[in-house]
Design a protein around this ligand. Structure first.
Ligand SMILES: [Zn+2]
Length: 220
């Protein structure tokens, strides 16, 4: 049983198949694969978390039950189940059901298959970026009011209406409300979205953690 520690190289080895050819061509292929794998790894980590990723890297190719996977990988059974179910939702894990001849219980034998990961990754990235754009659109088309403590943000209707006692006062801290000018942040966000559109995978990269979290928080 392999209990390799979770280093990018270990994980890359698992997913990488090198094409033959001249060393220059090979180098280019390697760079391409590393870039692609970087996105896949970042995506997988976002989807199943670090512990789930650790389970995946220790997993053999055999079809096993969740208990057997926990034993093989040394991972907690709850993490194994959560990871399998998350991968199943994204069609990256599959199971076959059979009846245990001795106990009569149903056995679920799992197989993890990343054949389709590129499609999943891109579909999820596009969804997140579209959500960011919709949200940004709403921000640009709405005037918000807030107080010095930034208790909340209020639309003009709320700030000038019954919510704030009809007089632009924060109902929480009773300070004055003023126009919350977020145009600079929105410009930065728009720039980031434009950047992401040229490489949608990048939304999963660690350096874009805050933008990923923002997009993720916009999900229903
Ligand atoms: Zn306030």
């Amino acid at each position: 049983m392999s209990k390799a520690s979770l280093t990018p190289l270990v994980i890359l080895k698992r997913y990488t198949t090198f094409a033959g050819g001249s060393s220059y061509k090979l180098l280019r292929v390697c760079v391409y694969i590393v870039k692609k794998n970087r996105a896949k790894l970042a995506y997988l980590e976002k989807v199943v978390g670090l512990q789930g990723l650790e389970m995946i890297t220790r997993l053999s190719k055999n079809e096993l039950t969740d208990l057997q996977i926990a034993e093989e990988t040394g991972c907690n059974i709850n993490i194994v189940r959560r990871t399998l179910s998350t991968l199943y939702e994204r069609r990256l894990a599959f199971y076959a059901v059979e009846r245990d001849k001795e106990t009569g219980w149903m056995l679920y034998r799992w197989r993890v298959d990343f054949e389709d990961i590129e499609h999943r990754l891109l579909a999820d990235a596009q969804k997140l970026i579209a959500q960011l754009e919709t949200w940004l659109d709403g921000e640009l088309n709405t005037v918000y009011y807030t107080c010095d403590s930034r208790c909340d943000r209020y639309t003009f209707e709320k700030a000038s209406g019954y919510v704030c006692g009809y007089e632009f006062v924060c109902p929480i801290c009773k300070q004055r409300l003023y126009h919350d000018d977020s145009s600079k942040q929105m410009d930065t966000l728009q720039g980031k979205i434009n950047e992401l559109k040229t490489d949608e995978r990048a939304i999963f990269y660690p350096e874009n953690l805050s933008i990923f979290e923002l997009a993720y928080s916009l999900q229903e």
